[in-house]
Design a protein around this ligand. Structure first.
Ligand SMILES: [Cu+2]
Length: 468
């Protein structure tokens, strides 16, 4: 049976759920037949810092942040009819989905931006189950900061967790001004673009500050953490609350992983799925540790009457193993930024002068070039395995994201990576950090490769590759 979920139904779902401790922004059960969603980007007013705070003017999908959680099923076609009710063009990127190139939602590369009043039909068959997200991919530094993102959950062929044991936690750091309103005046600030990106001062989970979630006592529970911050690397220690990793960036691990290093760094756009089970009724505080420990969400453990069961196992997705022997080798040198060597960055075909840096705001580069180039960074035939060695000569960490492909990390700083997990975004250490990744370039089209610190991407850290 097909299901058409209109905006009104999204809103009804929301209202109905509002009294239930705001467990999820919306819950839409994946259907067996083709699925159709409608999504509208629109301005909305919201008291970001609580009911007594000043009203912020934000942008959201269906007038909320996060937008409605979209639940698809692995391998089943989904169509999202998108309408732009903003005053600016926009597009939607389905982060981490290995979809066909024309649906990747990158304005200027895979599609023209959707103009104000315009519509676009996104249709794809997500090949991998797991935790993904969607967000604006046109001036993302501004549009994502203003609230244009939501969770995209691709369900396993057979449900592994009951709906009440499957919790999405989408984290975002908003920058508020002194009145507690969204600080729009500082959007695009050169200081952010040339340093660590736009960092906020108000952390929300699913749009709420310090929400509480009810989880069933004695049951295996999946916590899906998504970092939707423009640039902030979130730090947490899952061992503090008994969490083991069952997936990185949507892709299931072969068995739950107890991290032997802490804190775990969750970079912008990265996801981590955690497996927890609590037999005591004591509330669980989840903390962010980059400054003073900050409780960003509390889990209230409640009796549900249906505890127990054996430890669940996520089925693996089917990703092609790179052929390292016959792979093509490429190198990407990251340069620029504050306290770095902006020296000889080429932008739009010519070396920038000192003045150009200020007017173009292009302060970062890959292999000496800021932002998009005429020719791709690499171009390979479909099915070719590639190894990319990324060297970070800047004084900041970065979160590099490949579109259309997941990769394996072979080495970090010359040491082989023990996790061997599939990822779509990796963090690279500052000041000489290196990361070697490998993947099979099996998805034809033009794909971005960029830093997911959105100010860095806008200020030069964006390139592309082509699979012919
Ligand atoms: Cu970066």
């Amino acid at each position: 049976m097909s299901s058409t979920l209109t905006r009104r139904r999204f809103h009804q779902t929301l209202l109905g759920a509002a009294s239930l401790a705001l467990t999820r922004p919306t819950l839409l059960l994946a259907q067996d037949g083709p699925q159709h969603y409608e999504l509208v980007a629109q301005p909305y007013a919201h008291k970001l810092a609580g009911p007594s705070s000043e009203v912020s003017e934000l942008w959201g999908y269906d007038g909320q942040t996060p937008g409605p959680t979209i639940r698809a099923k692995r391998g089943k076609e989904i169509t999202v009819t998108f309408r732009n009710e903003l005053s600016e063009p926009t597009s939607i990127h389905w982060h981490g989905i290995r979809l066909q190139n024309a649906m990747d939602g990158v304005s200027g590369l895979t599609q023209d931006p959707v103009p104000p009043g315009g519509t676009f039909n996104y249709t794809f068959q997500p090949p991998d189950a797991g935790t993904y997200w969607y967000h604006a991919h046109h001036e993302s530094w501004k549009q994502v900061a203003m609230g244009l993102y939501g969770a995209l959950i691709v369900e396993e062929p057979e449900p592994v967790f009951a709906p009440e044991a499957d919790i999405v936690l989408m984290l975002d750091d908003w920058r508020l001004d002194r009145q507690g309103r969204f600080d729009a005046a500082s959007l695009g600030q050169m200081m952010d673009w040339s340093h660590g990106g736009r960092l906020g001062n108000h952390l929300t989970v699913n749009g709420q500050a310090q929400p509480r979630y009810q989880i069933p006592r004695g049951s295996w529970v999946r916590l899906r953490l998504i970092n939707a911050c423009n640039s902030r690397i979130l730090e947490m220690d899952p061992n503090r609350f008994g969490g083991r990793v069952i997936a990185f960036d949507g892709q299931a691990l072969s068995e739950p992983l107890k991290l032997d290093y802490t804190p775990h760094l969750l970079g912008p756009a990265q996801r981590v799925d955690l497996l927890v089970k609590y037999d005591d009724a004591k509330p669980i505080e989840m903390q962010e540790l980059s400054g003073q420990p900050y409780t960003f969400a509390t889990l209230d453990v409640v009796d549900s009457g249906q505890a127990g069961g054996s430890e669940p196992q996520l089925p693996a997705n089917n990703l092609p193993e790179p052929d390292l022997e016959n792979a093509g080798h490429f190198e990407l040198l990251m340069e620029g930024g504050a306290m770095g060597q902006m020296g000889q960055l080429v932008y739009n075909g010519r070396v920038q002068s000192r003045m150009d840096f200020m007017t173009n705001k292009q302060v970062w580069g890959f292999n000496g070039v800021a932002n998009m180039t005429e020719d791709p960074f690499l171009s390979v035939a479909r099915g070719q395995s590639v190894i990319i060695n990324v060297i970070n000569r800047t004084n900041f960490m970065h979160a590099m994201h490949t579109h259309g492909h997941h990769f394996k990390i072979l080495e970090r700083n010359g040491i082989s990576d023990s996790e061997q997990a599939w990822r779509d975004t990796f963090l690279i250490g500052a000041a000489g950090g290196t990361t070697r990744i490998a993947f099979v370039a099996d998805n034809p089209g033009k794909w971005l490769f960029h830093c997911h610190m959105l100010e860095h991407a806008a200020a030069g850290m964006t390139t592309w590759f082509e699979v012919a």
